[in-house]
Design a protein around this ligand. Structure first.
Ligand SMILES: Nc1ncnc2c1ncn2[C@@H]1O[C@H](COP(=O)(O)OP(=O)(O)OP(=O)(O)O)[C@@H](O)[C@H]1O
Length: 586
């Protein structure tokens, strides 16, 4: 330690008072003891820190004032202790303890000079906390997949994350300290925009980086205590999503194509009536003509549509089925023809391609065509005439090369007479009409169909039912089959449920009750007692079964005419269609 330099000339030697002023004007606390360890100096800072007055401390042993004082040790050892940390009460001090020696070198006292570092320590801890927070924030920013950049009030980039450097294809060094326009090939900087307007921007589509990647940018000004301190921008790369969406669309179209794998070979039946229909279908497939499949519900119209598509030159294009009855009138137009961005409330901003355009190069199967409302009938007619469609809300028409196969289970000619269907559209649609016979008119196909359907159901149910007894077959051949092949499939499915897993022959008792058909009266009655004994069922399934049965009965009573059946049931035709669609997938 350096010596204290005092003037030794007598007249300039500092007085005791002057030394007292010096000691009391320093922020450091000082306490000194004599050879016996009795306190003989206490300055103002020490009084304040120790919470004692000089009068109380002076003349007392030092450990009375500071219980853990080490000044007595320094007195004994004569060794200074420098920069030592010590706790006094709840405070923390850093202290220098030095011995005081006389001219002969004898230790005659000791002095401690100390400073309260509690606050400094707290500050240091806070800084450590801040550092941790900073590190955490950096880790978050750096792990974000979104590109983040921060610009300061001087419009210079001060922070970027790795996603940002990846996106713009520049290194950190190339952008830090530069203007935020450094990464922009064209267009304006969102940083500069928000700093100018002091308002955030959201969802701005931009092209970023050398590859012009598509990004969506959100940016906001950084305002601290009402002052603009810079701005932060977050760019979300959407090129990947777009790429994936395109891939998904492609996959979807593949799936659609895969779904349509039925060919004419899948149409079972050797009767003249069905063979004629198949023959006509194959003829139609070889032409680009619009086909109308007419036949009752469940006769196989959709199967025929698939067969025509797969036998046509369009089989590598998409096949899309639309049930015109199942889509509400308000949606049908935009579903079929698409819409322009923002055409109506709830419409997507980007607009939507209609199903007719999606089937471009392929075939669209319009099931239940009779249910198309007049306004859409006009639009469909225009498409058939011009091969062009106009999306809802658009003035531009688009050329589309889509073949239409339509199906109807109501007599369209009658619908024309009732003014429910446009005559001109009817003629356009029925260029190539194919009538698909109902099952009751080709009962000779029953054995073949039963065989085929049992095989199909065995696979579905994991069963091994080989045949049907002649008696059971006789029951089936006395039935009217208003639901046609679909109903036959249901009846066989229910029979399988009624059979024990080991049985392999369908006997009459396993068949569900069927309404016999009296060709002369067209009446119906149950031919058998209820065969369903499936035990406890949920109320919902009982209600569903009852509903399905009521619908089947109503259809049977009206020879498959849905309008009349709906009337009898007291429900809207559309809701009958909904229900049929629902049970169809059960
Ligand atoms: N000739 C057939 N050979 C084999 N299966 C058939 C035949 N006809 C229909 N099917 C089957 O019967 C069920 C009903 O056929 P499909 O859905 O094609 O009838 P649809 O006439 O289009 O009915 P809807 O008018 O109710 O839409 C399907 O499972 C189908 O595979």
């Amino acid at each position: 330690m350096d010596h204290l330099h005092l003037c030794t000339e007598k007249e300039f030697t500092p007085t005791f008072h002057e030394l007292e002023v010096v000691l009391n004007s320093t922020h450091d606390a000082m306490i000194a003891v004599n050879k016996q360890g009795i306190v003989n100096v206490v300055n103002n800072a020490a009084e304040k820190f120790l919470g004692v007055t000089a009068q109380e401390a002076l003349g007392r042993p030092v450990h009375h004032v500071i219980p853990n004082s080490r000044l007595e040790i320094v007195l004994k050892t004569g060794i200074p202790e420098l920069n030592q940390q010590q706790h006094i009460g709840s405070a923390c001090i850093v202290t220098n303890r030095v011995p005081v020696r006389d001219e002969s070198g004898q230790v005659v006292g000791a002095v401690a000079v100390f400073r309260d570092i509690t606050e400094i320590r707290q500050l240091a801890e806070e800084i450590t906390n801040l550092k941790e927070i900073q590190e955490m924030l950096e880790a978050i920013i750096n792990s974000s997949q979104d590109a983040i950049s921060v610009v300061n009030e001087n419009e210079k980039i001060v922070l970027v994350n790795p996603a940002y450097t990846r996106l713009v294809g520049m290194t950190k060094e190339e952008v830090l300290g530069k203007s935020p326009t450094v990464d922009i090939q064209e267009g304006e900087s969102m940083h500069l925009k928000v700093m100018k307007t002091m308002r955030p921007v959201r969802g701005v589509p931009l092209h970023a980086g050398p590859q012009g990647k598509e990004v969506i940018v959100n940016a906001a000004p950084i305002i601290v205590n009402g002052r603009l301190r810079g701005s932060v921008a977050i760019s979300h790369d959407v090129s990947e999503i777009k790429h994936l969406t395109a891939e998904l669309d492609h996959m979807k179209s593949l799936v659609r194509r895969m779904i349509s794998q039925y060919t004419a070979d899948d149409i079972i039946g050797s009767s003249k009536a069905i063979r004629m229909a198949v023959e006509q279908a194959l003829k139609a497939a070889a032409t680009p003509a619009t086909v109308l499949l007419a036949g009752e519900s469940g006769t196989g119209k959709e199967l025929f549509a698939h067969a025509i598509y797969n036998a046509s030159s369009r089989k590598s294009g998409p096949f899309i089925r639309v049930n015109c009855a199942a889509i509400p009138d308000t949606l049908l137009e935009s579903e079929l023809f698409g819409y322009e961005g923002g055409a109506f409330t709830g419409a997507r901003k980007t607009g939507k391609k209609g199903l007719v355009a999606e089937a471009n190069g392929g075939t669209i199967f319009l099931d239940e065509i009779s249910e198309i409302p007049p306004m859409i009938q006009a639009k469909l007619l225009r498409f058939l005439q011009e091969k062009e469609i106009t999306p809802v809300g658009s003035t531009k028409s688009i050329k589309v090369d889509t073949r239409i196969i339509a199906a109807s289970n109501v007599d369209l000619e009658k619908a024309v007479q009732r003014n429910a269907f446009r005559e001109d559209l009817f003629y356009r649609i029925s260029v190539f009409p194919i009538f698909i016979p109902p099952l009751r008119e080709r009962l000779e196909d029953l054995p073949e169909l039963v065989n085929f359907l049992l095989k199909k159901l065995n696979k579905e149910y994991g069963r091994d039912v080989r045949q049907m007894s002649p008696e059971a077959l006789a029951v089936l051949s006395h039935y009217h089959w208003p639901g046609n092949i679909r109903e036959l499939e249901n009846v066989l499915g229910r029979a399988l449920i009624n059979m024990r897993p080991t049985e392999n022959t369908v006997l009459p008792q396993y068949l569900p009750p069927l309404a016999t058909y009296d060709r002369h009266t067209a009446g119906h009655k149950h031919s058998q007692p209820t065969g369903d004994k499936s035990g406890c069922q949920s109320l919902a399934s009982i209600l569903e079964a009852a509903e399905q049965k009521a619908i089947e009965d109503a259809l049977a009573a009206h020879g498959g005419n849905r309008v009349e059946a709906a009337d009898t049931l007291g429900i809207a035709v559309r809701s009958l269609y909904y229900k049929l669609e629902k049970y169809r997938h059960k």
